[in-house]
Write a protein that binds this ligand. Structure first.
Ligand SMILES: N[C@@H](CCC(=O)N[C@@H](CS)C(=O)NCC(=O)O)C(=O)O
Length: 223
């Protein structure tokens, strides 16, 4: 199995966490941003990573989108499960996953790239890194006005995810797609001192989920 990814993408981290939790052996191919479309468009019709190539007869050639990757994995590798047995709880987990994907993962991207181009420039001041950051800012229209809106969305996310303060999992008493999605899509914020200091419980849970999924910790959380 091969995962096409950008090494720094939080959506690709989400796919890796699921693969790791299920103990599936896979390899990764890191695509070059900009050139990635040449490979992805003919395969999936889309331009985004992650894309999973099962490389098995009788199975789809390529699965695009992290949510579809979850669905594929659960169908073909049900043990250990990422979907909750109780249908009501599974619906709740799926709703959280969709909201985190569509709203919060994007908000993280806005706040993170704004930080990396300003106060956080010293994390990697190289010309190539700063060029990628500027291209991402242009591609997604990241500017001070859109970043303020993203910060408001993140504030709501921290309120919703406070469940993690009292219990190890967001829904029910096992890990679900909601935990994996929250852990991956909020992980870039650990590099931003304000967030790291204000929400220690969030980053502790993110580290726990990474351990459960046998995935190395994200930059800023490693010991
Ligand atoms: N909803 C998609 C979002 C994936 C996504 O936004 N991927 C970004 C990297 S973090 C990407 O591939 N961007 C390149 C592009 O849009 O051309 C998923 O869950 O897979």
């Amino acid at each position: 199995m091969l995962l096409l990814q950008f090494s720094t993408s939080h959506y690709c981290r989400k796919a890796r966490l699921a693969l790791g939790y299920k103990g599936i052996f896979y390899q990764v191919e890191n695509l070059t941003p900009g050139l990635h479309t040449l490979k992805l468009k003919p395969l999936t019709g889309l331009t985004t990573v992650p894309v999973l190539l099962p490389q098995l007869e009788g199975q789809p050639q390529a699965i695009a989108d992290s949510t579809q990757i979850f669905n594929y994995l659960e169908q073909h590798y049900p043990d250990p499960p990422l979907f909750l047995v109780d249908p009501h709880q599974q619906t709740q987990a799926a709703l959280l996953e969709d909201w985190l994907d569509e709203s919060i993962g994007t908000a993280t991207r806005f706040v993170y790239y704004q930080f990396r181009s300003g106060e956080g420039k010293q994390i990697d001041p190289s010309l190539s890194s700063q060029l990628v950051i500027q291209v991402v800012r242009w591609q997604y229209q990241i500017n001070s006005a859109t970043v303020e809106l993203a910060k408001t969305r993140l504030k709501t996310a921290f309120e919703v995810l406070q469940i993690w303060k009292q219990q190890p999992y967001l829904v029910g008493d096992c890990i679900s797609i909601a935990d994996i999605t929250a852990a991956a899509l909020l992980s870039p914020l650990v590099l931003i001192p304000d967030y790291r200091h204000s929400y220690p419980w969030l980053f502790n849970r993110i580290a726990e989920i990474h351990h459960l999924c046998h995935e190395p910790l994200p930059p800023g959380l490693e010991k």
